[in-house]
Design a protein around this ligand. Structure first.
Ligand SMILES: [Mn+2]
Length: 270
């Protein structure tokens, strides 16, 4: 059994519209460990001390030094093996991938679920914006490629950025083609909860109707060829949630993602 590390990154200082995502890690843990359900994933793997190592939250302060704090914490987690990170907003994915590289891991493929392609050169003057992480990742050579699923807010700049970086972008109505384009080789799965339809995930800052279903996202977790070596679940905003249902969704996706990664790592990393 290969253990997967879990690390919270409670930050939303680079959010462009609403704050709140920094409150997500404790809300997701509370939903995960709630007695409303159990800790066994759909493949039979149970999240326990043998399969999951919870590192708690990185000590972030919402200042400029948080970037290096996240690089260091993510790097330490990945140096020990596969890991899943809890945002925070989507700005965390860039420092996480810097940490992956610092841990000596070759640039992975990225499967990115989101309503937004997050490829802005900068957003409102902030190159570290939660709308820009995948531009930073590609220009710094931190990923071997990106396949984006659920994308439904294209504009001329984002379309040009996707072309510039060779990012494969699929809208919800193109989801079958997206599944067929999933990469092979070591893969990092980044899940922005607003990639799902707001009907499934109301507790996000940016409601964008017309999104993916829970089952479509679970299918991505299990059908990505892999091996899946890590991932993140970001953009839960507990202030916008309805009866904690988006926190429960995040906990469900976390459970399945950890099970997928642990299973792959047990098979391929020894
Ligand atoms: Mn998004």
């Amino acid at each position: 059994m290969r253990r997967v590390s879990l690390l919270g990154l409670p930050t939303d200082q680079h959010s462009s519209f609403l704050r709140g995502a920094a409150k997500a890690p404790p809300a997701i843990r509370e939903a995960l460990y709630s007695s409303h359900s159990h800790l066994t994933a759909t493949n039979g793997l149970m999240l326990d001390a043998e399969s999951l190592r919870d590192l708690g939250d990185a000590p972030l302060r919402e200042d400029v030094e948080d970037f290096e704090r996240m690089v260091e914490a993510a790097g330490q987690a990945f140096a020990a093996g596969p890991a899943v990170m809890l945002g925070g907003d989507h700005a965390v994915t860039y420092p996480i991938l810097v940490g992956v590289a610092a841990a000596g891991i070759a640039p992975p493929q990225i499967v990115h679920i989101d309503a937004h392609s997050d490829l802005y050169e900068d957003f409102e003057g902030d190159p570290l914006s939660h709308a820009s992480p995948f531009a930073r990742i590609m220009e710094n050579g931190l990923a071997a490629g990106i396949v984006q699923l659920g994308i439904r807010t294209p504009n001329a700049h984002l379309t040009a950025q996707a072309k510039r970086y060779g990012v494969k972008v699929f809208a919800p109505h193109e989801h079958e083609a997206g599944l067929a384009a999933l990469p092979t080789g070591p893969t990092y799965i980044s899940i922005d909860l607003d990639g799902l339809d707001p009907a499934f995930a109301p507790g996000v800052s940016h409601h964008e109707p017309g999104g993916l279903t829970t089952r479509e996202v679970l299918e991505v977790i299990w059908k990505t060829p892999g091996p899946v070596v890590g991932g993140d679940i970001v953009e839960l905003n507990p202030d916008r949630d309805v009866n904690g249902m988006t926190a429960v969704l995040a906990a469900k996706l976390l459970k399945e993602l950890v099970a997928r990664i642990s299973t792959d790592a047990t098979a391929s990393w020894g």
